[in-house]
Design a protein around this ligand. Structure first.
Ligand SMILES: O=P(O)(O)OC[C@H]1O[C@H](OP(=O)(O)OP(=O)(O)O)[C@H](O)[C@@H]1O
Ligand SMILES: Nc1ncnc2[nH]cnc12
Length: 267
């Protein structure tokens, strides 16, 4: 049903996209079949087709926020945002977004910086003038959401004020595995009262380990068939995934060539 709704069933672009993604066995550790989108970025047609699929889908959906997950969501999100006329909001790993320590300290800093050009006999530099004009209110408070990874935890941060209540948002990333990262992204946006219309990823891992927060997963494989659906326990947002990971094909090919699988079993 969803494949038809999305207009992706039988889409000839899917195979090219899928094939442009390199599978790197045992990276970053034994047993992981790493889905490497850097090769997709090198392939102009496959890269453009990927962005176009998302742009076609979201162009007329009243989306004003494209939120991209660091780091690989940054490689697709800005192009989509520009094409659909939305803003791009980076969801960053901890301590990357600039934030003032507190408003008092920021106020003192502003006064100091403003004082320097007055005391200086030399003409103030461009940089100083820019800082003086900054308003500490906009200097960047952040909110954070932690999430579980296979081993340990991680965290995403977003600037307060980057989205307004009621704005319609999509979240972009390269890949969904457990869904923990996307769930943290959704929580950040919903805390700012944005409406998360959908999440969109290029790749869905074949054996998605669904966590309680995962939405509805919609996979279209390279043949254009619907792969899997998982119903969220708490969110109404949806997820579109363009292609399934190619580990199976890779292992199959390696097994045919007499390699690969044995190496994986040894790991
Ligand atoms: O569905 P999940 O289980 O949450 O995993 C998916 C996330 O994992 C990868 O990022 P990673 O955390 O490796 O960070 P990176 O992009 O900075 O390498 C990927 O780009 C997704 O963001
Ligand atoms: N198999 C995989 N390939 C690339 N990125 C990932 N993030 C989590 N699992 C991954």
């Amino acid at each position: 049903m969803f494949a038809a709704e999305n207009g992706l069933k039988g889409d000839p672009r899917l195979q090219g996209i899928s094939e442009a993604i390199r599978v790197v066995p045992h990276f970053p550790k034994p047993g992981i079949m790493f889905q490497d989108i850097t090769t997709l970025l090198l392939d102009h047609k496959a890269f453009k087709d990927t962005v176009d699929i998302f742009v076609d889908r979201y162009r007329d959906m009243g989306i004003s926020v494209v939120a991209g997950v660091e780091a690989r969501g940054f490689m697709f999100g800005p192009a989509i945002a520009l094409a659909i006329g939305a803003k791009f909001v980076p969801l960053r790993k901890p301590r990357k977004l600039p934030v003032h320590i507190n408003s008092l300290l920021a106020g003192q800093l502003m006064r100091c910086v403003a004082f320097i050009p007055l005391c200086s006999s030399r003409r103030p530099s461009k940089n100083l003038v820019v800082i003086v004009l900054q308003n500490p209110e906009y200097a960047g408070e952040v909110i954070a959401e932690s999430y579980e990874l296979e081993y340990g935890t991680d965290c995403l941060e977003m600037h307060v004020g980057a989205v307004e209540p009621g704005e319609r948002a999509i979240v972009i990333d390269d890949l969904v595995a457990t869904g923990g990262t996307l769930s943290a992204a959704i929580r950040l946006l919903e805390r700012m009262e944005a409406e998360v219309v959908e999440c969109a990823c290029v790749i869905g891992l074949r054996e998605v380990k669904v966590v309680a927060c995962l939405l509805l997963v919609f996979c279209v494989d390279s043949a254009g068939s619907t792969a899997s659906h998982f119903i969220s326990l708490w969110s109404h947002a949806r997820l579109i995934v363009v292609v399934k990971d190619r580990s199976f094909e890779y292992e199959h090919a390696q097994a045919g060539a007499g390699g690969g699988l044995a190496e994986k079993d040894d790991a």
